[in-house]
Ligand binder design. Structure first.
Ligand SMILES: Cc1cc2nc3c(=O)[nH]c(=O)nc-3n(C[C@H](O)[C@H](O)[C@H](O)COP(=O)(O)OP(=O)(O)OC[C@H]3O[C@@H](n4cnc5c(N)ncnc54)[C@H](O)[C@@H]3O)c2cc1C
Ligand SMILES: N[C@H](Cc1c[nH]c2cc(Cl)ccc12)C(=O)O
Length: 516
């Protein structure tokens, strides 16, 4: 029986993997994590999907256990600013799409929307975010009761099993380094062996399987399963086992980033409970509010902008509070390893694959990979079907998200710089081009989006298409033959619910100070 895993790398991927496997297998699995004291973690990665709550539930952790230790806040949506034109914004929220007479409310909005804001007309959350509010009351109760802890019939499910059943109303934003630190304590307390040392060599047998990793001062670490969490360098999978990397760069040109961690008086600033992606001349800037600071960074394509110009633009965008903050420049490897599990080596995190963080998918990829590793855990005889099922699921998730991100650029109306004009002429995946032709006459549904599980429901595609404004969309012809009374009533119900919530919910900042 396989019962000895060696994890190389102590970033978010390494410690999420160690903590989850220890929670899954307890003392029946020996887990060693070795991380370099000289090579830093990437140091960014702060916003998540709402599915991440399944990760914390699996570890037996409540929000009050880990959120204060990680300066965490709630994320109710991604807010896209200046993607259509300067001054315009819209939300991609964590809120199920309503339907009327068998058609999504967005279809009715195309026919007879009450205002020019599809997100405020079709979702409650847009106005809750605009008002800077918390999705929980000060007593901790959540705005939509079905999700009360324990009452959620989705307890115990993995996120891919949960897909499409119900939509939890928020995700989290947290300090990546503090989460890794919290999970280190969680893991070591439960028996994970933690070594701080550099892996200098990877030993292979004559079949090319890993027999051990040689460290600087702690000798050889041996095991059955070796998990590569070494980040973009892919030390075990891409270097030692020479597994090729499949680049997405031909369709997603952003390959660089510069990040700042800006201390701020969040009481004075207030917390907008979302991640903001503000389009720039050659990419976009993320703004992630935490309880004690703001995480921000410019994601850009080096073919259009130098690191120096990117940093200058970012500092100008942030203003004087960025003056004494050191910038973190990052080169991003965009794409995925051809297979993330080869022989007895599984890569999780940046070593497996990555796309720019436009929809906060990096940690989602990690969480999905870990769940799939447990689901397809290798048998003692290393039956290759477990590996093949794993590689298929992981590749589909990344390829699906890649298509979803390319859609953002194809659909963005903005064309005021060469960077944005090139987003309309650049090659896109053939499958996406075919889907877009369908969406021009019929909004996305489960039949027309990427067909394999990739974490995003059809309504996410609707938000991007309706918000970005660059693709002409038409309502379903049938709506012209039906009366719109029920839809108008639905719009009115949303407006009334929004009105009521914005009167009673606390400010996001006030809620988090209650948690601390
Ligand atoms: C600019 C940017 C913004 C991002 N924003 C988000 C976001 O908002 N949301 C999100 O979900 N994801 C985001 N991500 C992705 C997220 O940062 C990563 O998925 C996450 O940090 C996991 O990184 P990692 O653990 O795979 O690699 P790293 O953090 O790079 O960790 C690698 C580890 O390997 C160790 N290591 C390397 N070589 C050796 C060696 N020879 N011996 C021993 N140890 C070694 C290092 O010490 C380190 O501990 C972002 C990524 C980037 C680049
Ligand atoms: N699996 C879903 C994916 C999802 C639904 N709505 C959003 C909004 C944003 Cl900003 C990111 C992901 C999703 C989930 O995690 O809720």
């Amino acid at each position: 029986m396989l019962n000895n895993a060696v994890i190389v790398g102590g970033g978010t991927a390494g410690w999420m993997t160690a903590s989850y496997l220890k929670a899954a297998f307890g003392d029946r699995m020996d887990i060693t994590l070795v991380e370099s004291g000289n090579i830093g973690a990437v140091g960014v990665g702060e916003a998540t999907f709402s599915d991440i709550r399944h990760f914390f539930e699996f570890l037996g952790l409540k929000e009050k256990d880990w959120m204060p230790a990680c300066n965490a806040t709630y994320k109710l949506a991604v807010r896209f600013e200046n993607w259509r034109e300067k001054g315009h914004y819209f939300y991609h929220p964590f809120e199920q799409m309503r339907s009327v007479n068998g058609f999504p409310l967005t279809d009715w909005w195309l026919k007879q929307g009450p205002t020019d804001r599809f997100d405020k007309d079709c979702f409650v959350m847009a106005s809750v975010i605009d008002a800077g509010l918390s999705p929980r009351h000060l007593d901790g109760t959540l705005i939509d009761q079905p999700f009360d802890e324990g009452a959620d019939e989705m307890q115990g499910l993995t996120m891919s099993e949960h897909q499409g059943k119900t939509q939890f109303p928020y995700a989290y934003q947290f300090e990546a380094a503090l989460l890794a630190k919290y999970l280190t304590t969680y893991s070591v307390e439960r028996g994970v062996k933690h070594i701080v040392d550099d892996v200098r060599e990877v030993s292979l047998d004559d079949r090319g399987w890993i027999t051990g990793v040689r460290t600087g001062e702690h000798g050889d670490l041996t095991g059955d399963l070796f998990i590569d969490c070494t980040g973009f360098r892919g030390l075990l999978l891409n270097q030692a086992l020479e597994e090729p990397f499949v680049s997405y760069q031909d369709t997603l040109p952003n390959d660089s980033a510069v990040a700042l961690q800006v201390p701020m008086d969040m009481e004075r600033r207030g917390i907008l409970p979302c991640t903001t992606a503000t389009a720039q001349d050659a990419g976009w800037i993320w703004t992630i509010p935490l309880t004690g600071r703001v995480g921000t960074g410019y994601v850009y394509a080096k073919d259009y902008l130098s690191p120096e110009e990117a940093e200058r633009t970012l500092r100008e965008f942030v203003g004087p509070s960025a003056a004494d903050v050191e910038a973190n420049h990052i080169r991003m490897r965009i794409g995925r390893s051809r297979n993330s599990w080869v022989k007895n080596c599984v890569a999780i995190g940046l070593s497996s694959g990555f796309v720019e963080p436009l929809e906060s998918t990096g940690i989602f990829f990690i969480h999905h990979a870990i769940e799939q590793l447990v689901k397809n855990f290798p048998s003692a005889d290393w039956n290759s079907m477990h590996r093949d099922l794993y590689n298929s699921a992981v590749s589909h998730v990344m390829d699906g998200v890649r298509e979803f991100l390319v859609l953002h650029y194809v659909a963005a109306k903005r064309n005021d710089t060469q960077y944005w004009r090139d987003t309309k002429t650049r090659k896109i995946p053939d499958s996406l081009a075919e889907r877009i032709e369908k969406w021009k006459v019929q909004l996305p549904d489960s039949e027309t989006v990427y067909p394999y599980y990739h974490g995003l429901p059809p309504y996410s595609y609707m938000c991007v298409l309706l918000g970005m404004g660059g693709i002409d969309l038409k309502p379903s012809p049938a709506l012209a033959l039906t009366d719109g009374v029920a839809a108008q009533l639905e719009f009115e119900q949303i407006r009334k619910k929004t009105q009521r919530l914005t009167e009673v919910l606390p400010k996001a900042y006030d809620y988090f100070t209650r948690l601390r």
